[in-house]
Design a protein around this ligand. Sequence first.
Ligand SMILES: *Cc1c(COP(=O)(O)O)cnc(C)c1O
Length: 356
Amino acid sequence: MKPIHFSGAARLKAKPQDESNLAFGKIFTDHMFTMNYHIDKGWYDAQIVPYAPIELDPAAICLHYGQLIFEGMKAYRADDGRVLLFRPKSNMQRLNASGDRLCIPPVDVDFMVEAVAKLVSIDKDWIPKQEGTSLYIRPFIIATESSINLHPSESYMLMVILSPVGHVFSNGFSPIKIFVEDEYARAVEGGAGFAKCAGNYAATLAPQMKAHKAGYSQVLWLDGKQRKYVDEAGPMNVFFVVDGKVITPELNGSILSGITRDSVITMLRSWGVSVEERKVAISELADAAKAGKFDEAFGAGTAVVIAPIGELKWGDTIMRIGDGNVGAVTRRLYDNLTGIQCGSLPDDFGWTYEVH
Ligand SMILES: *Cc1c(COP(=O)(O)O)cnc(C)c1O
């Protein structure tokens, strides 16, 4: 791969003044990474250029058939000034796994980690410093060949854009209420649920609106066949503490294989806490709630990191979880994970990647 060409923005944008009020993903930094692909050339023309609109043929395949994949990762500013990425290689490997499902050609994982690091380094003054804030990194690949005849595109564009972010949920780190969706489905085994592909998310908008209308901030998805077993929630995987045991739905092809999920499981096991990865029936959770044994629930994902869940609504059943406060396991995971991500705790697992 050729070196990355850099052309800097002539004028830099004003950075957000109030870090305590960063909305999620609304503002973008001064630069972006772009790289093109053509079937005859492979990936070429890696560049970092001023953030700007792109030109796209109206017949570009991504616009019609959704041949588009993305990733989500973050850069954190440590107290000592270091800039840290969290498990960036895993994101690039997953980008390739998503691409494989959508006939999008793979990228060189190590090259892309370096490219992301270089872009973050150039725009590092945009990384907010306040607790709970970070620089969200969005790599994505779009199919650019102009054709409305459905087939795998012969050309692609990969971009990486950056956005300084605060907490995803407006209430910060306090328990959220989740609506268990038993009508719509997000994905089925054999579909593309494990891939971060655009269409998966567009199809969640209507159910998400339905949950919002009912006063809930997220949707909990059940399996696509029977609506019996828990899959995941919005942009996060889910964990439950029931009768003192940590359980989480097993990866079944319809669930997104979260890097935060994997980190949570690894951390818990390193503490000697066992984690059951298995099918979790929604009725099992309802029974536990009734018996007063539904101790904790939380979501895990890059955007939210760890999001405590205080209530699940499943039809007419309202499950109240724990005592309404953030539970001990949830709190310990949040503290340790954010501690490693922000460089204030030792990185025993080798998860952080320093940007120079
Ligand atoms: C990205 C995503 C997650 C979380 O994955 P992380 O790697 O932890 O960020 C979970 N579920 C869905 C549907 C996602 O898109």
